[in-house]
Write a protein that binds this ligand. Structure first.
Ligand code: PAF
Length: 251
């Protein structure tokens, strides 16, 4: 039975009583097969597994996106149980931000590109909450999906910069059969938008340049924030109606 821990104090007390390795999977809930893959990896590689579910308001630059973020506690709990999660950390905003977000972690270079350029403050919110979660859970290893590659890179950088004693483990993007990257936001797509969504993966894998991919998506009715090649990866963010989707691939 997964234990549910509702406050930072409960989380810390639980951790203090446990020896052995702890695999940590931080999430905002609305769990899907991508999260399940992270949990399975954590289960395989550690004595204990902690999952956190916290829809972190400080990383949402768009209040509408925060309000509409899917909440599926019953299914999330069932998935955690089925995959042998030992503890679910499920705190509220007041307890996670006793400082009312006066203190934050900020990166001043890579976080300003790509999603950072289109979502002001987003990565400050992500890094700050992940730092808080790492302090409370004290994981041996923490698992992040490559779908959010910029997030993964920034968290790795933070762990290095602050000499944190844990390993960040990247896990490959899980895709639907038609290529769409698994995301909690996919459930917000209308049937017609869901039919169009595979065009994102198709465009970034089949175009020879980033601008060609962007043109293809624009021609099909996507509102493209960016398609950009950095190093050996191609990154994309595009909106279908109200829903903003991101993806990236190795090129
Ligand atoms: O990837 C997510 O779900 C979130 O950004 C994270 C890492 C749980 C921080 O809120």
């Amino acid at each position: 039975m997964s234990e549910v821990l509702r406050s930072p104090d409960e989380m810390k007390a639980w951790r203090k009583k446990r020896a052995g390795t702890v695999g940590f999977v931080p999430t905002m809930g609305a769990l899907h097969a991508g999260h399940e893959e992270l949990i399975k990896r954590a289960r395989k590689e550690n004595d204990l597994v902690v999952l956190s579910i916290f829809v972190n308001p400080t990383q949402f630059n768009d209040p509408n996106d925060l309000q509409k973020y899917p909440k599926t506690w019953d299914q999330d709990f069932a998935m955690a149980e089925m995959n042998g999660v030992d503890a679910i950390f499920y705190p509220n905003y007041e307890e996670m931000y006793p400082d009312k977000y006066r203190y934050k972690i900020s990166e001043s270079d890579y976080s300003r590109l790509l999603d950072g350029a289109h979502r002001p403050g987003h990565f400050d919110g992500v890094l700050s909450v992940v730092m808080k979660l790492f302090q409370l859970v004290s994981p041996t290893k923490a698992y992040f999906g490559e779908k959010d590659f910029q997030q993964l890179t920034l968290i790795r950088g933070m762990v290095e910069a602050f000499f944190m004693d844990l390993e960040v483990v990247p896990v490959a993007t899980v895709r639907e059969q038609d290529g769409v990257a698994m995301s909690s936001r996919n459930t917000r797509l209308s049937a017609a938008e869901r039919k169009m969504a595979p065009a994102i993966y198709k465009a970034i894998t089949e175009s020879s340049t980033a601008s060609e991919a962007a043109e293809k998506l624009q021609a099909q009715g996507f509102a493209v924030d960016y398609v950009t090649d950095i190093g050996s990866r191609r990154f994309v963010a595009a909106k279908l109606g109200e829903v903003r989707l991101i993806d990236n691939v190795e090129i």
